[in-house]
Design a protein around this ligand. Structure first.
Ligand code: FAD
Length: 392
């Protein structure tokens, strides 16, 4: 049986946070959409992220304030409104893991925090916390450091992806093989597993998959870069919530810790930051776990890790190519005729990614047109949270 030809306003490829957020915003504005996913919803970088809705504090640590701090500063407010059901999307029901992310200075580290507190990204938005206001894992008589509350949220990404999938309605399509559809030499849509989909606009939001997709479409720009990470996961019955960048004196946090609920009710600490970068990437998993254990024993000597289970996760961040692997500043979108391609560069910047597509549609004079719903098609499954996959 030949699958019927489908027409849609916007055809999106890749259902991570960027594609799903964009899809939900477009549908809310009345556009018809089809969102194609080759594996599972959120199963790329999105469900492997730490879920921090950055407001720029981390970047202000570099000292010199970069553009990133400015662009990202509004994201916590936009996410909070959406989580309250009053924003650009109705994300009420999505689980918030923490009302705040914290900056944790473990001992006496040099005065470069002065410029940090003076910087635009954090001015007036950072409060020192003590005693019972400290994150539960740091509430111990032996704790010595200083802790500051940042105006940043931490979301439970699995529940976010589930909600965005609900908002996708019938627009989701499972499909592996994507080929260009031309009329003359104009790209007019994509053929997905043999099914022709015509679209006014095509958006590639496939994360690390964008490079291959561009290749398949014979498009050479924009170029993509990958930056590898080697994250550590630790699960144990004694772990308490902790959401913090632990400072080590350098420009990057020594460790960034977030806490996630495992299916069995235990807490999982997910460790990134400098630990997971350059040297951490070179280490074999066992060596990486040994370093992480030593760090936790040094920083949190009162935490009993004797029953803890450990795992590591290698994962690449996919972004537009930058000289010298500098972290990109904003969500990135490139537009060439009917084709748009981009990367949010941060989970937190998914709203910025959607803004950029919506402005391009408006510049191009693309309006919603009536379309029939997508019926009787294969649907992509939800991805499994990494902590449940790696530490069952
Ligand atoms: P992805 O989530 O990778 O989604 C792309 C999707 O496209 C995938 O589902 C994939 O299967 C699909 N796909 C690929 N190829 C094809 C194809 N040919 N056809 C169809 N579908 C395809 N950001 C923050 O803001 N806060 C954080 O705390 C944070 N922590 C992070 C921690 C880690 C370890 C990592 C790696 C990243 C972190 N990030 C964080 C960055 C953030 O995760 C990413 O910027 C964001 O998730 C990217 O979303 P995306 O939708 O572009 O990509």
């Amino acid at each position: 049986l030949m699958p019927s030809v489908i027409s849609t306003d916007v055809l999106i490829v890749g259902a991570g946070v960027a594609g799903l957020w964009l899809n939900a915003r477009l549908r809310r504005q009345g556009f018809s959409t089809v969102l194609v996913e080759s594996a599972s919803l959120g199963g790329g970088q999105s469900l492997k992220s730490q879920g921090i809705i950055h407001g720029g504090a981390k970047y202000a640590l570099h000292g010199a304030l970069s553009g990133a701090s400015e662009a990202i500063a509004d994201m916590p407010r936009r996410w909070r409104e959406a989580l309250d059901g009053k924003g650009e999307l109705d994300l009420s029901g999505v689980r918030l893991l923490s009302e705040a992310h914290y900056l944790w200075s473990p001992g006496t580290i040099a005065g470069n925090l002065t410029s940090f507190f003076a910087s635009k990204a954090v001015r007036g938005r950072v409060d020192q916390v003590k005693g019972e206001q400290l994150p539960p894992a740091l509430q111990n008589p032996k704790f010595k450091g200083k802790v500051y509350r940042l105006a940043e949220l931490v979301v439970d990404v699995p529940s976010l992806i589930e909600r965005l999938a609900e908002l996708a309605g019938d627009s989701l399509l499972a499909g592996q093989n994507v080929e260009p559809l031309y009329e003359g030499d104009e790209l007019v849509g994509l053929r997905v597993d043999g099914r022709d989909i015509h679209a006014q606009r095509i958006v590639l939001s496939a994360g690390g998959g964008n490079a291959d997709l561009l290749n398949a479409l014979g498009v050479s720009q924009p170029q993509m870069q990958r930056r590898p990470l080697h994250m550590v996961l630790v699960k144990g019955p004694t772990l308490k919530p902790l959401f913090a960048h632990c400072l080590g004196g350098g420009p990057k946090p020594r460790i960034t810790v977030t806490t996630h609920p495992a299916a069995d009710g235990q807490c999982v600490w997910y460790l990134g930051g400098d630990l997971a970068e350059a040297e951490g990437v070179v280490r074999e998993p066992d060596a990486q776990i040994a370093v992480a254990r030593k760090e936790l024993e040094a920083l949190l000597p009162w935490v009993d890790l004797s029953q803890a289970q450990w795992a590591t996760l290698r994962v690449d961040r996919a972004e537009p190519a930058q000289s010298g692997l500098v972290r990109p500043d904003n969500a990135f979108l490139d537009s060439q005729r009917r084709l748009m391609v981009g990367w949010p560069t941060k989970l937190a910047l998914a709203p910025d990614f959607a803004d950029r597509v919506l402005s391009q549609l408006s510049r191009d004079g693309i309006h919603p047109t009536p379309q029939s719903p997508l019926v009787d098609v294969p649907r992509p499954p939800m991805a499994i949270p990494v902590w449940d996959e790696l530490l069952p």
